[in-house]
Design a protein around this ligand. Structure first.
Ligand SMILES: [Zn+2]
Length: 552
């Protein structure tokens, strides 16, 4: 781009900007000498940004923007560093994860022995008989190459009930005392939509339960969080996200308590990301009765979609598929809600003006969810409902065509290929070319987002970029190379598309005048980086609303 072009585009953006009420405003901060990738098609590159009251006042060349500096304005020389819009994690569970980090043993460890040691240590500080709880366990990531058993947990912690949740959140593992407290024995039948696993040889409890069978434990465990705890959880996770460059995140299974925690943390000055708080459908009636719907709130805390759940999980291999899992000829996965239930709840939400986000991983789950959305739109058409398919993992041309026709938004897992590579063989190489299908979505004119689903997936945006661009796991295995996208596309997926998914593309997602001053400063330029080392690019600073939320 020539200087003259840059200047013309810059002036162009200023001309448009003059219509905004901020017209008279003087910048209070100028960032200059940057290598700025704006994700704004009208002006893709810039050097400098003027910021006033938390928003970009002007974006352009150094000379043009520095010209706006009045006396007393703070100027920061970026030293040529690369700047991108702040990352938007469009499906995660940050508030929930923050609370779990406060209370539970982090079982993201690489051996069963290490997990046993961590549990033993926690038990030593816990009165006998009280629960020892863990999370982020992953049966495929321990060096023993097998899942935790009831015996492993009994031998580690005999005198406390123990329950460990899988990283994916759909299965959990418990010791004998925990099963007794939960009221489950060898003869307890599987509940609808759930499984109580048995050792196939002995018929005894294996220690694992799946999907709705988790509720036996949820009821037995007196895990209570005070209002203060909930705020603390948001504060804790805020710091974790800020250091990775995230400035917005969707709370994908939120509750009224999460909304309150977000507001509490924001008022206390502790919230460091903008929260789009989904509401679990169990709370839909009370929200509608209170006159609440999607969009209520402000740019910090906003009510998101109502959350429905159609099928199981990818990382725990319970997603509902039309073709069984590799090597498990009778295993098609699990459907959690029936189509009728989804329609009944969905209709109530749709008529009340809510966006709907349905967890749908397998092709059967996605097909079912789309059928519900299509029916809602046919019976009660709404302008721009932005139906969301949370995860939307295993797709085909028919599903993609229907998504495009509906304007539906997929939020595929961004870090799974890289981080959960060892689980990909359960889906098979052929199917992988239709999973996390960013290439297919973008080519069809659909706007997929970046989404970690933390805790199930790591939330580091640099890992997401590498995973999406290379489709390669940590051991160098390539999974579904047909779905690779370019680094420019991956950045847009992680910024502007995320803003679109929450109806906020006019206020964030790109670096342009009038939008919120959310950005990340990187140690190296991802567009010049070898794709297989994107994850090593350091995040040096994160800014939200014109203030640094993280500085290395
Ligand atoms: Zn989720």
């Amino acid at each position: 781009m020539t200087n003259e072009q840059t200047r013309r585009e810059f002036l162009g953006s200023m001309a448009g900007f003059a219509l905004l009420p901020l017209e008279q405003e003087k910048p209070d901060l100028i960032l200059h000498n940057g290598n700025v990738w704006t994700v704004n098609d009208a002006e893709p590159r810039a050097q400098a940004m003027a910021i006033a009251r938390g928003r970009f006042l002007a974006v352009g060349s150094d000379s043009d923007v520095l010209n706006l500096a009045g006396p007393g304005v703070q100027k920061i020389d970026l030293g040529g560093k690369t700047v991108l819009p702040g990352f938007i994690d469009a499906h995660s569970h940050p508030s929930e994860a923050g609370r779990l980090h406060l209370r539970m043993v982090d079982c993201d460890l690489r051996s069963i022995q290490a997990i046993q040691a961590a549990l033993r240590e926690r038990a030593s500080k816990t009165p006998a008989g009280e629960w020892v709880l863990g999370f982020k366990y992953d049966d495929t990531k321990t060096e023993e190459g097998r899942a935790l058993t009831i015996a492993d947990l009994d031998s580690a912690v005999p005198d406390h009930p123990v329950r460990i949740q899988h990283r994916g959140g759909h299965t959990s593992y418990a010791n004998s005392l925990a099963f007794r407290k939960a009221g489950i024995d060898e003869k307890t039948p599987d509940p609808p939509g759930g499984q109580i696993s048995h050792d196939p040889a002995a018929g005894k409890l294996s220690g694992r339960v799946a999907e709705s069978a988790n509720s036996y434990f949820d009821k037995a465990i007196p895990l209570k969080f005070t209002r203060e705890d909930c705020r603390e959880g948001v504060k804790l996770i805020s710091k974790m996200l800020a250091r990775t460059g995230i400035t917005s995140a969707t709370e994908a299974q939120g509750t009224p308590e999460d909304l309150r925690a977000y507001q509490d943390a924001h008022e206390a000055g502790e919230l460091l990301y903008r929260a789009y708080c989904f509401i679990n459908y169990h709370h839909l009636d009370e929200m509608i009765a209170a006159g609440v719907r999607t969009g209520l709130g402000d740019e910090w805390v906003r009510v998101g979609a109502v959350k429905l759940v159609c099928d199981g999980s990818i990382s725990e291999r319970t997603a509902r598929l039309s073709v069984p899992y590799e090597g498990r000829p009778n295993d098609y996965g699990i459907l959690v809600m029936t189509e009728d239930e989804m329609y009944t709840v969905g209709r109530k939400a749709h008529l009340a003006g809510w966006q709907i986000g349905t967890h749908a991983n397998g092709d059967v789950g996605i097909d079912t969810t789309l059928r519900v959305y299509e029916r809602l739109q046919r019976e009660s058409p709404r302008r721009d409902p932005r139906f969301r398919l949370e995860h939307c993992t295993v797709v085909n041309d028919d599903l993609i065509g229907r998504m495009k026709a509906l304007g539906a938004i997929p939020t595929p897992f961004s870090t799974y290929v890289y981080y959960h590579g060892e689980k990909m063989r359960y889906y098979g190489a052929g199917r992988l070319n239709h999973m996390f299908a960013l290439r297919s979505f973008i080519d069809a004119g659909i706007r997929p987002t970046q989404a970690s689903d933390y805790p199930p997936g790591p939330f580091e945006p640099m890992m997401a970029l590498q995973s999406e661009v290379t489709r390669t796991d940590t051991k160098g295995n390539v999974w579904g190379s047909k779905q690779r996208i370019t680094i420019e596309e991956a950045i847009r997926v992680g910024s502007l598309h995320g803003a679109y998914a929450s109806y906020e593309e006019n206020i964030k997602g790109s670096i342009e005048a009038g939008k919120l001053a959310d950005l990340v400063v990187l140690g190296r330029d991802p567009l010049r980086e070898n794709p297989s080392s994107l994850i090593t690019i350091p995040v040096e600073r994160t800014m939200i609303g014109g203030r640094w939320s993280f500085e290395a």
